[in-house]
Write a protein that binds this ligand. Structure first.
Ligand code: NDP
Ligand SMILES: N[C@@H](CC=O)C(=O)O
Length: 794
C-alpha cells in the first residue's frame, strides 16, 4: 500500500492517466484513488485526469447556448447540482466545502467567459473539478497530493509542444514527494490563451507530461484490458497482447485504431518511456505494454469505416503523418502507384483536409466515393493467405493495397462480425490457450480429469487446454501447465489453501481461464463472484450456486455480466441431458413454456426401478452410491432435496423468481432420518426399509410402480412447483424407463398436446463429466471463433 512518500530520493517517475468514464461517479473516483494508493511508494507519481463522466459534453452544450441566457443558466444550474452531488458523495463534509467553493467560483465566471468568447476557459472547468476533487480524496487518505492546472506549465507553439518552456515552468511547480494531479486536455498557446488538445486530448496530455518529467512509464487507464489483435466486441477470438512494439503501435494508430492515437504516441517517440494500457475496472490485470524493443511482430486486423481517397502528386512537401496531426484524424498513406500518392482519411474531414492542403499550395483530387477499410498489420509471417482473400471477395472488395508490412482492402460496405471472425481466423492463426482449474476430485472430478487428458490431445491443433490447478477440501495444487497424468501424485504432495490464496492465484493466471466446480460445497459456490472478478468463466456441476437465495444467485449472474464472463450450469439438472439449453433455445425462439415435469433424479430413478423387495431398500442405496449415482451424502437424494434443487434450477432458467422453500416437497426419507451423521442414519435405516417395503407392496397391489416426480407449472401467471412420490400405472410415460433415466416432459405453446420429451441417464460419473465437457466445448468454440456467445449469457 502506498504511504506518504517522505523519501527525498524516489526511484522512478510514473504517469497515470484516467479518462472521464473512470471518473464518472464518486465510486469511480474512489476506485481511482485505490489504484493510486496501491502504487509502489518508491515512485514519483503524476496523475493526469479528464473531466468527470460527460461533463465536457455538458460544457459544450452550455457554450452552444451562450446567446440563450435562459437555457445557459438552466444548464449551468443542472451542472452545478450534478457536480456538487459528486463532491458530496466523494468527500466528508469538512473536506468537501473547499472543493464546493471552488466549483461555485468557476461556474460563476462562465457567463463572463462566454461573453468574452473564452470558450476554452469554460471547457477547462471539467478537468479542474477532477484534479481538485481527486487530490482532496488522496489527501483525505493521508497522501501528499497537489492539484496542478496544466495551463500553468504546458505551452504549445503553433500547435506543437514547446518542451523547453514547459519543462522550465514545470520545474518551478514540482513538489518533491508529492503526487501531482494534473488537468488533462488543456494547455496554453504562445499568446497565453487557454487551448484544448482535441479528441483524446487527455491521453496526449499524459504522454506530454511523461516526456516533461522523463517518466519511466505512462499508464493510460481505460476500459479495455489490453491491445487486442482485433476489436474484441466483434471478434470473440481476438488475442489480448501483453506486449506490442512501439513501431506497430504507431502503425495501428496511423490506421485509425482507437486504442492509442498517433498524437498520444508522438511525445514519447524515441524515448525510453514505456506506455501501458490498463483497465481501471480490472486493475488486477497487467494490461498491455508498448515497448521500444519487443521480440517478434504481432499481427492485427483493424477497421476504419466511412473513409474516402485523396489523390496527390508525389512531389509534395507534406507527409500524411503531418496532415493527420493537423486534422487530429487518421490519414493513411496507401502504397504508391506511379507518380501519385493516395491518402485515405475519414470522409467527415475531407473538406478540412483539402483546405489544409490548399493552404500549403498542394492540389489534391477527391473522388468522393466512400469506403470501408480493413487493414491487416502483418505479423511474423508476411504472406497473405489466399483463403483470406476468398473470404473477403464476396463482400464488395473494390481495391486491395499491399506492402511488406500491411494489406489494406477497400470495401463498399462494413463487414459483419461473422466475416471479421473468419478473416481473423485466416490472418491471425493462433492456437489459443484455455486454462482449466478443477475444484473437486471425487467421483465426477476424477472422471472429468481423465476425460480432460483425452480432450487435450483431441483438440491440440485448435486449443491448448492447460490444466492450471486441481483442488479438493484438503489440498490445492496451484500451478500452471500441469501434466494431467500426474495430477494425483502432485496433489498428494500439496498443501491446503484458503479462499484468498485461491482468488489471488486465479487473478494472476492469464486469461482465458475457467474454474470447474465439481464440489458439493455451498461455501465454495459463494466464492463465485470473487472467481469471476479474478477473470474466470465458471462451469458448475455443483448445484449450490444456482440454488442460493435469489439475491446471491443474481449477484453471481450480475458479476458475470459485468466482467463479461460465463457461468455454465448444464450438469446441475439432468447431468449431461441438455435440458437447460433446450429451454433456452425454445424461449429465445419465442415459445412460451407452460410446464416442465418428470423424473429429475437419477438416483431415485435407479433405486425405484431396481427395488423389487428382494433385499432391504438401504442395500440398494449402497449399490447406487457405489455406482457413483448418488450425491456425496445420499440422503440429499432420499430427502427429495436434490430434486427440489433441480426444479429450482429449471425455474430460474425460465426467469421465474422462486426460492427453494417455495417448492413443495414430499420426502422419501422418513422424518428424523435426514439429520445427524451417516452412521446415525445407517443405524436407523430399518425405518426407511420398512416404509419403502410397504410402499412397494401397495403399488404392486394396484398394478403400479413407484416414481419420484417433479412438476413445475406456469399457467395464467401463477407458478406451482412440487416434488413428490407417486404411483404410476404400467402404461404411463414415466413407468417405462431404464434404471437411472431422467425424463423431462416439456409443455409449451408449441408443444402443448404432444409434449417435447428428453430422456436419458440423469446421473453417473461418465455422463456428468461428459456434460461438463460439453460446457467446456462452449468456451472452446467461442475462443476459436466457431460460435458467437450462446443464449446462456443473455
Ligand atoms: N454424481 C452425479 O451423477 C452428479 C453429480 N453432480 C454434482 O457433482 C458434484 C460432485 O459430485 P461427486 O463427484 O459425486 O462428489 P464426491 O463426494 O465424490 O466429491 C466431491 C469433491 O469435492 C471436494 N470438496 C468438497 N468441499 C470442497 C471445498 N469446499 N473446496 C474444495 N473441494 C471441496 C471433495 O474434497 P475431498 O476429496 O477433500 O473430500 C471431493 O474431492 C456434486 O455437487 C454433485 O451434486 C451433478 C450432476 C450429477
Ligand atoms: N444424485 C443426483 C446426481 C445428479 O445430479 C441424481 O441422482 O440425480
Amino acid at each position: 500500500m502506498l504511504k506518504n512518500a517522505t523519501q527525498t530520493q524516489l526511484n522512478t517517475t510514473q504517469v497515470h492517466k484516467f479518462g472521464g468514464s473512470s471518473l464518472a461517479s464518486a465510486a469511480r473516483f474512489s476506485a481511482v484513488a485505490d489504484i493510486i494508493q496501491q502504487q509502489d511508494p518508491q515512485h514519483q507519481l503524476w496523475v493526469v485526469v479528464s473531466a468527470p463522466g460527460d461533463t465536457t459534453d455538458t460544457l459544450l452544450h452550455i457554450i452552444a447556448c451562450a446567446d440563450d441566457t435562459v437555457s445557459r443558466d438552466q444548464a449551468l444550474t443542472a451542472l452545478q447540482k450534478q457536480l456538487q452531488q459528486l463532491i458530496t458523495a466523494a468527500l466528508p463534509a469538512a473536506d468537501a466545502t473547499e472543493v464546493s467553493v471552488k466549483l461555485k467560483h468557476w461556474l460563476a465566471e462562465v457567463p463572463d467567459a462566454l461573453t468574452q468568447k473564452r470558450f476554452n476557459d469554460v471547457l477547462a472547468i471539467g478537468e479542474l473539478v477532477s484534479t481538485t476533487l481527486l487530490s482532496a480524496i488522496l489527501r483525505q487518505r493521508q497522501l501528499s497530493a497537489t492539484a496542478l492546472d496544466a495551463r500553468d506549465f504546458l505551452r504549445l507553439k503553433r500547435h506543437q509542444p514547446d518542451l523547453t518552456q514547459s519543462t522550465a515552468l514545470l520545474s518551478t511547480l514540482t513538489l518533491p514527494g508529492h503526487i501531482h494531479v494534473v488537468t488533462g486536455y488543456i494547455a496554453r498557446d504562445e499568446k497565453g490563451r487557454s487551448i484544448t488538445l482535441g479528441r483524446n486530448g487527455s491521453d496526449y496530455s499524459a504522454t506530454l507530461v511523461g516526456a516533461l518529467v522523463n517518466a519511466t512509464e505512462v499508464t493510460i487507464w481505460t476500459d479495455v484490458k489490453a491491445i487486442y489483435s482485433a476489436d474484441p466486441r466483434k471478434v470473440v477470438a481476438a488475442i489480448p497482447y501483453q506486449q506490442v512494439s512501439w513501431h506497430q503501435a504507431c502503425q495501428l494508430a496511423q490506421l485509425g485504431n482507437p486504442v492509442l492515437h498517433a498524437r498520444t504516441l508522438a511525445p514519447l517517440s524515441g524515448t525510453q518511456t514505456a506506455l501501458r494500457v490498463r483497465s481501471s475496472y480490472e486493475p488486477q490485470l497487467p494490461g498491455c505494454r508498448v515497448v521500444q524493443q519487443v521480440a517478434g511482430r504481432q499481427s492485427f486486423i483493424t477497421e476504419l469505416n466511412d473513409v474516402t481517397l485523396l489523390t496527390l502528386h508525389s512531389d509534395i512537401a507534406l507527409s500524411a503523418e503531418r496532415l493527420a496531426l493537423e486534422l487530429q484524424q487518421p490519414v493513411i498513406s496507401l502504397p504508391q502507384q506511379g507518380d501519385n500518392l493516395c491518402w485515405l482519411l475519414p470522409t467527415a474531414c475531407a473538406e478540412q483536409a483539402l483546405a489544409c492542403l490548399a493552404d500549403a499550395d498542394i492540389h489534391a483530387v477527391w473522388d468522393t466515393q466512400r469506403y470501408c477499410a480493413l487493414a491487416w498489420l502483418k505479423g511474423a509471417d508476411p504472406v497473405l493467405p489466399a483463403q483470406a482473400d476468398s473470404v473477403l471477395q464476396p463482400h464488395a472488395v473494390l481495391h486491395r493495397y499491399e506492402n511488406e508490412q500491411q494489406v489494406i482492402w477497400l470495401l463498399a460496405r462494413p463487414l459483419s462480425s461473422d466475416v471479421l471472425q473468419q478473416v481473423h481466423q485466416q490472418l491471425i492463426p493462433h492456437t489459443p490457450s484455455l486454462r482449466v482449474v478443477v475444484a473437486g476430485t471425487g467421483n465426477v472430478g476424477t472422471e472429468f480429469l481423465s476425460m480432460l487428458m483425452v480432450q487435450q490431445k483431441r483438440l491440440s491443433t485448435k486449443v491448448q487446454l492447460q490444466l492450471a490447478g486441481v483442488l479438493n477440501s484438503r489440498q490445492a495444487l496451484l500451478a500452471d501447465n500441469l501434466d494431467i497424468s500426474q495430477w494425483q501424485l502432485l496433489l498428494a504432495q500439496s498443501d491446503s489453501c484458503c479462499p484468498q490464496q485461491l482468488s489471488a492465484y486465479l487473478t494472476a493466471l492469464p486469461e482465458p481461464k475457467v474454474l470447474v466446480d465439481i464440489t458439493p460445497s455451498q461455501a465454495f459456490a459463494r466464492l463465485y463472484p470473487d472467481f469471476i472478478a479474478a477473470g474466470c468463466d465458471i462451469i458448475s456441476a455443483n448445484k449450490q450456486g444456482v440454488t442460493l437465495p435469489e439475491t446471491e444467485y443474481l449477484q453471481i449472474k450480475r458479476a458475470g455480466q459485468f466482467h463479461n464472463k460465463q457461468w455454465l450450469t448444464n450438469t446441475t439438472c439432468g447431468a449431461g441431458i441438455p435440458v437447460q439449453r433446450t429451454l433456452q433455445e425454445l424461449i429465445s425462439a419465442g415459445d412460451n413454456i407452460t410446464e416442465v415435469s418428470g423424473i429429475f433424479s437419477g438416483t431415485l430413478s435407479w433405486l425405484l426401478c431396481q427395488f423389487d423387495g428382494s433385499k432391504p431398500f438401504s442395500d440398494f442405496v449402497l449399490d447406487a452410491r457405489q455406482a457413483g449415482l448418488t450425491e456425496p451424502d445420499p440422503r440429499d437424494d432420499l430427502s427429495g432435496k436434490d430434486v427440489q434443487r433441480k426444479l429450482l434450477v429449471l425455474a430460474r432458467e425460465l426467469g421465474i423468481s422462486l426460492e427453494l422453500d417455495d417448492i413443495r416437497l414430499q420426502p422419501l426419507l422418513p422424518v428424523g432420518l435426514e439429520n445427524g451423521s451417516w452412521q446415525d442414519f445407517w443405524a436407523r435405516r430399518s425405518l426407511l426399509d420398512a416404509e419403502l417395503a410397504q410402499l412397494l407392496t401397495q403399488a404392486k397391489a394396484g398394478g403400479k410402480v413407484l416414481r419420484y416426480v417433479a412438476c413445475l407449472s406456469i399457467r395464467n401467471g401463477s407458478v406451482r412447483a412440487d416434488v413428490s412420490l407417486q404411483q404410476v400405472s404400467a402404461g404411463h410415460a414415466l413407468a417405462a424407463i431404464a434404471p437411472c433415466d431422467n425424463v423431462f416432459v416439456i409443455r409449451s405453446d408449441w408443444y402443448n398436446d404432444n409434449p417435447l420429451v428428453l430422456k436419458g441417464p440423469g446421473a453417473g460419473k461418465v455422463v456428468t463429466a461428459g456434460g461438463l465437457h460439453t460446457d467446456l466445448a462452449v468456451l472452446v468454440n467461442q475462443l476459436t471463433g466457431k460460435t458467437k456467445l450462446p443464449a446462456v449469457l443473455t
